[in-house]
Design a protein around this ligand. Structure first.
Ligand SMILES: *Cc1c(COP(=O)(O)O)cnc(C)c1O
Ligand SMILES: [Zn+2]
Length: 396
């Protein structure tokens, strides 16, 4: 039987619960399954791992767009940039709405359908709202999304509008939108939360890492951009699942990469603080522009459990990495490039070796943020082009 369990006081709740904070202490809940029943099935992507994600859910409740099974890239430009020979990029921007959020959303919305939810709500830096609106509409649910006014990319906003969500603009930043959401859902428990404080999201996101561990032999490091710390937490849980089931014998080390201007988790970890101290977040990487990450306790456990690393990179390091990712033909949004920038930095610091096996997760698609394309495109007029290819043909 699967249950919900409080990460602080251990109180247990039935999975039919739809409010995701503990009644006794107010902390987050996590999903705990019976691990003995693991068996991959013949479905595609996320739901292939159903027995580790949501074993008891009847198939008639599954709301899916075929998310998961994303590509793992290897490219010389990325090895050159980072100085790491065996570095691969897991591209989560190749999911249906263009980010890894779809992996969590398919599970959270399916669970919502099982609960009989009719109205979903989320606060978002953009990608959560794009994904939540799409999956809610697929399931026939109404969706409301709280976004920080003027602070999310147009492409992401347009997705939510197109998928039919009700857009609620909140003054202030993502953190104030998230605060508003928490008080609204506490008082209106018919609303079903789709932020990563919904523990079913993390169950779906674990599958990014099952897919990596199924494909790459003994990765030494797995790097993720870190904002609200949902992925960092899901990665820890996925590694624990595989380790306890005996599928892997060595735990890959988790590396959480924050943007310098939005790095409360980095500060907590390196200054030896017991708790997170919220900051006012500022970075060009809008998807990780978060000053008060909701999943910090789960993420702290994940870093400890895998002897992991927390690092921060500057906006210019992020843009340098993005330029290389884009130029290689792979492409990603700025926040995604943080993982690659982090790999380069840790190699320079001597923590990652050039011969280590490394996987960096790219979290979002290149078209998610078109204001930060820094490549200088080569544009020439038609006649110059004709002259040039004439010249070329003489040499070939
Ligand atoms: C949501 C998001 C992140 C942050 O992930 P967390 O799990 O909140 O740490 C990073 N990159 C992109 C593109 C995102 O959409
Ligand atoms: Zn509790």
């Amino acid at each position: 039987m699967s249950i919900l369990k409080c990460i602080s006081c251990g109180a247990q709740y039935d999975i039919s619960r739809r409010y995701f904070r503990c009644d006794k202490c107010g902390d987050l809940l996590e999903v705990v399954h019976d691990m003995e029943i693991y068996k991959p099935n013949s479905m595609k992507g996320v739901w292939r791992y159903k027995s580790l994600v949501h074993p008891e859910l009847h198939e008639k409740f599954i709301v899916t767009r075929g998310e998961g099974d994303t590509f793992l890239y290897k490219h010389e430009l990325i090895s050159e940039l980072t100085g790491i020979k065996e570095i691969r990029l897991k591209h989560e921007g190749e999911n249906p709405t263009g980010s890894f959020k779809d992996r969590g959303m398919t599970v959270a919305v399916s669970h919502g359908k099982f609960l009989g939810a009719r109205h979903t709500i989320c606060a978002s830096t953009g990608n959560t709202s794009a994904s939540a609106s799409s999956y809610s509409s697929i399931a026939g649910m109404k969706s409301s999304v709280l976004i920080p006014k003027g602070k999310i990319s147009r492409a992401k906003l347009i997705q939510s509008i197109a998928y039919g969500a009700e857009i609620v603009e909140v003054d202030g930043d993502f953190d104030s939108a998230m605060e508003n959401l928490e008080s609204i859902v506490k008082q209106n428990q018919h609303l079903y939360t789709l932020n990563s404080l919904n523990p079913w999201r993390l169950e779906g996101q674990k599958t990014i890492f099952y897919e990596i561990m199924d494909k790459v032999k003994e990765p030494d490091f797995i790097l993720v951009p870190a904002g609200n710390l949902g992925n960092t937490s899901a990665l820890g849980k996925a590694i624990r699942d595989y380790y306890e089931l005996g599928i892997i014998n060595k735990k890959p080390r988790i590396v959480a990469i924050q943007a310098e201007g939005a790095s409360p988790f980095y500060k907590m970890w390196h200054y030896g603080m017991d708790e997170i101290k919220p900051v006012i977040a500022e970075t060009i990487a809008s998807a990780i522009r978060i000053g008060n990450p909701v999943n910090w306790k789960k993420a702290k456990w994940a870093i400890k459990y895998t002897d992991g690393i927390v690092e921060a990179v500057s906006d210019s390091e992020i843009l340098d990495a993005k330029r290389a990712i884009d130029k290689s033909g792979i492409g990603a949004e700025p926040a995604s490039a943080a993982s690659v920038a982090g790999a380069k930095k840790l190699k320079e610091m001597g923590i990652i070796d050039k011969s280590d096996t490394v996987v960096a997760v790219l979290t979002g698609h290149v078209l998610k943020d078109i204001d930060n394309i820094t490549q200088i495109g080569s544009m020439i007029d038609f006649n110059t082009f004709l002259e040039r290819i004439k010249g070329e043909s003489k040499h070939n």
